[in-house]
Design a protein around this ligand. Structure first.
Ligand SMILES: [Zn+2]
Length: 446
């Protein structure tokens, strides 16, 4: 399966379209390359005695700066953007002892690596403490709570009686969308992803683009109106150097460094994920990450921020609706797991569908269900042989297959994304290939 081509959200699409349309090759959008300069990083891994990474270990930094974070799925931690000074690093987890107990780094003036080895009953890799490995019945899996910060770009249009853009265009209410989405994600994750509301900001402005351009009310409405005409006169929109008509992406560093102090607040644990809402042409990625542990989740990692660990970011489209939020999450699952699983090839297997892997369909990929005969084909009623149900036996799959068609998920896109995600491994323990049997520990890592 080639890399998903669904990239910048709906940004060139007319208002009602809920899919990804014909997105640009990702190479067309220039990566933000500003580097953090002159900063010290203290990083390392926390493992058990056999070298397996311990996730969800709290690592506390104290001394010249104080903060804490959870280790990632591979047991990694990283405190970045530190000034010269003296620090201590201490891992903690219930019923788990670490060697060394604490690492002291006095008068540090360059980056340092400190690793820790845990022992004790609470040190099972994967962070669940269960023994697992018996087809879903071994051990218990703890739900993971994640708080989201919401930023809604919803400019006040003074020329239209001070109406907000969403109201003026009759687009969807982001808060209503979020309520539905949080409920759908609980279902999709078998209640392992518990999302709770954090800070909420509504912004009376358009996001600054990578090249510094910022729409005004007038230039934006001109562009939006042009996009609804056939043919679409793309010169009415901001699209320098973009032969395919797509504008530049939003400048994520500008957003993170704004007076919302997003990285500092994320690093301090005030919230875990950033959920942005925007309209066509604002230039948000559907799903990407910032931070020292950022990986590709379809959109490119934000380079050069002061976020530590992994900040998951969504660019939701209030013009498109809640189903498109699930679509974005699908990309985060697909690309994120490919990047984060210690042994990612098994994710390729999970994503197989009949069109590209005849006779080997499993659970499908965000753009193709097991039965799709073309992209975004979520209601294809043809019968195919699929092993998707066998993933519920993970890590002890039997190879069993069944004949399915789209009625398995209700023959619509929303049902498909939920149905597919529910088949992701979500039991206790660690598989023989080193992957945690609960893939939500990767999907939700921060
Ligand atoms: Zn897509």
């Amino acid at each position: 399966m080639t890399r998903s081509q669904c990239t910048i959200l709906s940004l060139v699409l007319a208002s009602a379209y809920a899919g990804c349309g014909a997105p640009p090759p990702e190479d067309d959008v220039t990566l933000i390359q500003d580097a953090v300069t002159g900063n010290i990083v203290i990083s390392g891994r926390v493992t058990n005695s056999s070298g397996s990474g311990l996730s969800n270990v709290t690592v506390t930094l104290a001394g010249s700066a104080s903060t804490s974070q959870q280790t990632t799925a591979t047991g990694a931690y990283s405190f970045g953007a530190l000034a010269s000074g003296s620090y201590s690093v201490r891992p903690t987890r219930t019923n788990c002892a670490f060697s060394p107990t604490v690492a002291n780094l006095n008068n540090l003036n360059s980056s340092a690596t400190r690793n820790f080895v845990g022992s004790g009953s609470g040190c099972a890799a994967g962070g669940t403490g269960g023994s697992g490995g018996t087809g879903g019945s071994g051990g218990t899996v703890t739900p993971i709570t994640r708080k989201y910060m919401t930023i809604i770009y919803n400019p006040i249009i003074e020329s239209q009686g001070n109406a907000r853009l969403i109201t003026l265009q009759g687009w969807n209410n982001p808060d209503t969308m979020t309520t539905q989405f949080v409920a759908d994600m609980a279902q999709a994750s078998n209640n392992l992803a518990v999302y709770v509301a954090g800070p909420r900001v509504e912004i009376d402005a358009f996001p600054v683009k990578e090249d510094g351009f910022q729409y005004t009310d007038a230039t934006y409405l001109t562009c939006l109106e042009a996009s609804r005409q056939i043919p679409f006169d793309r010169t009415k929109c901001h699209k320098p150097d973009q032969a395919d008509g797509f504008g530049y992406a939003a400048n994520y560093l500008t957003i993170l460094n704004s007076n919302n102090n997003i990285c500092a607040r994320f690093n301090a644990g005030e919230f875990d994920e950033l959920w942005m809402f925007g309209a066509p042409f604002m230039g948000f990625w559907e799903s990407n990450q910032a931070g020292t542990q950022a990986v590709d989740t379809n959109g490119p990692p934000v380079v050069g921020s002061t976020c530590q660990g992994r900040l998951n970011i969504f660019g939701f489209a209030y013009n498109a609706g809640e189903v498109n939020m699930l679509h974005n999450y699908g990309h985060r699952i697909d690309r994120g797991l490919k990047s984060m699983l210690p042994n990612p090839s098994v994710m390729d297997e999970f994503m197989r569908e009949e069109l590209h892997n005849p006779g080997q369909a499993q659970c499908g990929i965000t753009h193709y269900t097991p039965t799709s005969t073309f992209e975004y084909d979520y209601n294809n009623t043809r019968n195919v042989t699929s092993s998707c149900a066998d993933w519920l036996n993970y890590p002890n799959r039997t190879g069993a297959t069944a004949t399915i068609n789209c009625s398995a998920w209700g023959c619509d896109e929303r049902g498909y994304h939920i149905w597919r995600a529910r088949h992701l491994p979500h039991v206790a323990g660690v598989a023989a290939n080193g992957n945690s049997n609960n893939w939500w520990t990767y999907i939700l890592s921060r």
